[in-house]
Design a binder for this molecule. Sequence first.
Ligand code: FAD
Length: 418
Amino acid sequence: MSGSSSQSFDAVFVGGGVIGLASAWRAAQAGARVCVLERAEPPAGATNVAAGMLAPVGELSYGERDLLAMMLASGALWPDFVAEVEAASGTSTGFRTTGALHVALDRDEAGELRRRHELQQELGLEAEWLTPTRCRDLEPGLTPIFVGGVLAGGDVSVDPRALALALAAALREAGGELRTGTEVVDGLWVGERLVGVRTAPSQTQPSALSSPVGDKGLRVDIHADTVVLCNGAWSGQTSWLPAEARPNVRPVKGEVIELRPREGEPLPAERIIASERIYLVPRTDGRLIAGATQEERGFDTTVTAGGVHELLREAYRVLPDVAEMELVGMVAGLRPGTPDNLPIVGRGAVDGLILATGHFRNGIMLAPITADAVAAILADRPVPTSMIPADPNRSSLVTHTVTKDNRLPGEHSLEVAR
Ligand SMILES: Cc1cc2nc3c(=O)[nH]c(=O)nc-3n(C[C@H](O)[C@H](O)[C@H](O)COP(=O)(O)OP(=O)(O)OC[C@H]3O[C@@H](n4cnc5c(N)ncnc54)[C@H](O)[C@@H]3O)c2cc1C
């Protein structure tokens, strides 16, 4: 079957990652008729790969005060956000409130950790310096040789895959639609105003998650008062938008590995454990996620032997028991990076367009506040104060500073990068 059909909504969301799903859900709750168009099957995109740390304190970076304010504001929303999504969907999001322990494996790392701890204290954040003995009292699986640690007791985590599925169910419960296997390939215009999008003919039958209206074999024109562009790392390549309306977003590759204890064995850690070069995130389903590499390699999502080797080596240095664990997964994804590491959320450069993208390492963390901001913009209300620096018109976005990766193919930059 081939042909076309036409439908209309208050808002159509291009991309069903955590940002599209959370924002559409909030808009649907506020009474808007919404539809999310996702070319794959959620959980997809970077959301499918993310470690799910919600850790504004432990992951604090120098010179990123606006980002910290956004993360703290979003962090305050998380407990209610999770409770609401879980109640609406009837499923768990794997939310864990066990805190994070950052350890310094040598004197250099200790110097760096001390400096970050001073900043945490200066900003009044909850972070306590612990001796190795106290760290090991909390986490007996830690390596016996290290210099000290910082406990960020308020840092938490979520399972982004479970969250995406729960959000999809909550969206449907609120009356919103999700169409999977549906790629947006063009915009619909009346003069210079964007009035909707055109999808490619779907090659797949709608999945259990997808809205019951199947579009198999059809090219569909979807009319909407507003188009919300939330397709993550791909948003900067939206060829159907005029160049000045395309967000300044580039893909930043990250690899993670997934480990599982052998039958009958416990997880080697209760909390998020991090060193300067790795983080390990325990999941409620028994997995341990170790991440992450960070590289500028365009849209390449190859899992490399070098990346996996370094992740395993660094994981073993912190938690030696990982050597006994089963390696159950290796996956790479693309963070949507921006020149100033802040997301881009607000009205776009053409009428009818809202941008909700560029969340880089923090899209899971920032999903609740972004969803509130998008729902506010759709309702012509002001965005939450902490989201004002995410304005698409800020000057730091004007110059596109794509950093070329000039390292040899075998070299990986392993960082505590989400
Ligand atoms: C290794 C790694 C670890 C991370 N760890 C963390 C962490 O611990 N904490 C944290 O807060 N964040 C983390 N992140 C960052 C987080 O994953 C991202 O910021 C977040 O997922 C961005 O969400 P998004 O919805 O904007 O994009 P995505 O999740 O990438 O979703 C975009 C979606 O758009 C779809 N799409 C693209 N083009 C089209 C089109 N034309 N038509 C239809 N659909 C389209 C894609 O298929 C995709 O599903 C991590 C990322 C990586 C890669």
